[in-house]
Design a protein around this ligand. Structure first.
Ligand SMILES: Cc1cc2nc3c(=O)[nH]c(=O)nc-3n(C[C@H](O)[C@H](O)[C@H](O)COP(=O)(O)OP(=O)(O)OC[C@H]3O[C@@H](n4cnc5c(N)ncnc54)[C@H](O)[C@@H]3O)c2cc1C
Length: 485
């Protein structure tokens, strides 16, 4: 059945946008083909983008409502967009879509020091929010690697994680209330107004991680915490990556409340050193970068890290340094944060092909995962695999580099991607810990969810978006109703 037969506009059916132009802010509606093309992709590899019919740079909730009312009437697909830093193709255009860019709705509306909350528009950049609430002695902890460029709306829509989530949790843990524009343009508020609240179903939770498939998030009330205490930092170097994996499990089992547990393998350290001299020894097999803030008690932070040092040495660490000098800690964390630009430089030098994957594993499976990465690297010598990630959560980001002009290498990179997905599931993990499903992993979501869960997902989607106009072809697109799989 075509879109037109369902009463929705086919991708190439003409749609008169004049009615929408009259209802949105002046200049918000753009149809210039070059501008549309420039807005049609996020940062995901292997994901095609369709041809959008329009871009709306929304400036207000009323703009968003006008777009959704129009799209619902006409049956036109809508792709919500934040800063398009996504790594799963979630913000990519689909054919005939209106791209609904909410990054310009970027006001911080309120900070309430008594409730310890803030209310923001979806386009506020995560780091800008952190800086703003810091002046109130408060903190918003979730810190994706894209903290300086991604939006809170995008973070909520993907349930973004990050470096400190091992102790402070992910975006979901901070969302108190959402205002959302539904598929037909209706506006509603979901969540709780108070620190506690159990009135009705927790529908706001459905929107967190929904990747633009259920509605447009137009306002977000977030819980805050007191400003985070300065951490003590430690680095442990291991001749073998198995030692790092075992240390992560042992530290978790011992119950130390570390606020960061990051992993870098030998290849990643080499790429980082080539990018800038961080003093990382090329001969080490793996590195753990950990922090403890001791809940504000420096003595306890030191005790945590001394315990970490002992555990790491028992598991074969060749060196462990501990530092409570904030400047030195910052340099070490900067090295971790430099992984992404270092990878970009390496990518260009290696022929331009790269993807960063995202699997989350039970901690006990990390060692086997590392071994399998070695096997894949040996099996496909025309790709380079560098592994790093949030080891304390079991969330690994193997990055695969290949020469994009070499069709065999590109095919091998795709095979590695598929093997990593299969491996994640085989080891009892999930296909995505934080980057989301988007277009990239939609077929893998169908493998992760059982038939009943798939059917439930589709029924929820049907309830919120009966015409199927919100981000079609993404996340839920390969799921089957029960009885048809
Ligand atoms: C260098 C780099 C490092 C990264 N590190 C991390 C990391 O450590 N942890 C992590 O979790 N992610 C990370 N990411 C991925 C990405 O930054 C996150 O997924 C982020 O949350 C996306 O935010 P965005 O504003 O760019 O959203 P977009 O990419 O624009 O959109 C992401 C998804 O959310 C939907 N969406 C966006 N805004 C709204 C809205 N207001 N209402 C409804 N749906 C919406 C879109 O349709 C899309 O499906 C990284 C990306 C890069 C480039």
């Amino acid at each position: 059945m075509t879109g037109s037969e369902r009463g929705t506009a086919g991708a190439h059916d003409p749609v008169d946008l004049a009615a929408m132009r009259a209802d949105v802010s002046a200049g918000a509606l753009i149809t210039d083909a070059d501008v549309l093309a420039a807005h049609s992709q996020d940062r995901a590899p292997f994901c095609t983008a369709g041809r959008a019919r329009a871009l709306v740079r929304a400036r207000s909730v009323e703009d968003v409502r006008a777009v959704m009312r129009f799209a619902h009437r006409q049956g036109v697909p809508v792709v919500p967009q934040g800063a398009r830093t996504g790594l799963a193709g979630g913000a990519n255009a689909v054919d005939g879509a209106i791209l609904l860019d909410v990054s310009g709705m970027n006001r911080i509306l309120n900070v309430d020091p008594v409730e310890r909350t803030c209310t923001v528009e979806p386009g506020v950049v995560n780091q800008d929010l952190k800086d703003h609430v810091h002046s109130f002695g408060l903190a918003y902890p979730p810190d994706p690697g894209s903290v300086a460029i991604s939006t809170i709306g995008g973070n909520v829509a993907t349930d973004a994680g990050g470096l400190c989530c091992v102790k402070y949790g992910v975006t979901r843990d901070y969302v108190r209330r959402l205002r959302v524009v539904l598929a037909d343009g209706e506006l509603t508020t979901l969540g709780r107004p108070t620190a506690k609240g159990v009135a009705g179903l927790a529908l706001s939770q459905l929107f967190i991680g929904s990747e633009g498939t259920l509605g447009i998030i137009v306002e977000i009330e977030l819980d805050l915490v007191p400003a985070l205490p300065p951490p003590v930092t430690a680095v442990a170097l291991f001749p073998a990556q198995s030692g790092a994996a075992e240390t992560v499990s042992a530290v978790a089992a011992a119950g130390y409340r570390l606020s960061m547990v990051e992993y870098l393998d030998r290849t990643t350290m080499g790429i980082l050193q080539d990018y800038r001299d961080f003093g990382l020894p090329a001969e080490s097999g793996a590195m753990l970068l950990v922090q403890s803030d001791g809940d504000g008690d420096t003595g306890r932070a030191h005790t945590d890290l001394q315990a970490f040092e002992g555990v790491a040495h028992e598991r074969g660490a060749s060196e462990v340094w501990v530092s409570d000098d904030p400047a030195e800690s910052e340099v070490l964390v900067a090295a971790r944060r430099a992984v992404n630009p270092a990878f970009e430089k390496f990518t260009h030098a290696r022929g331009g092909g790269q993807f960063i994957d995202d699997v989350c594993l039970p901690l006990g499976a990390l060692r086997r995962f590392f071994e399998e990465l070695d096997r894949l690297a040996a099996q496909y010598p025309d790709v380079v695999i560098a592994n790093s990630g949030h080891a304390g959560d079991g969330n690994m980001h193997p990055c695969v580099f290949f020469d994009a002009a070499d069709a065999t290498a590109a095919a091998h990179a795709q095979l590695v991607f598929d093997e990593l997905m299969a491996l994640g599931l085989e080891l009892g993990g999930t296909i995505t810990g934080e980057h989301g499903v988007g277009g990239l992993k939609r077929s893998w979501l169908a493998r992760e969810l059982d038939p009943v869960a798939q059917d439930l997902h589709l029924r929820v989607k049907q309830a919120f978006d009966p015409r199927g106009i919100l981000n079609p072809g993404k996340m839920l697109a390969d799921l089957s109703p029960q009885g048809t799989a």
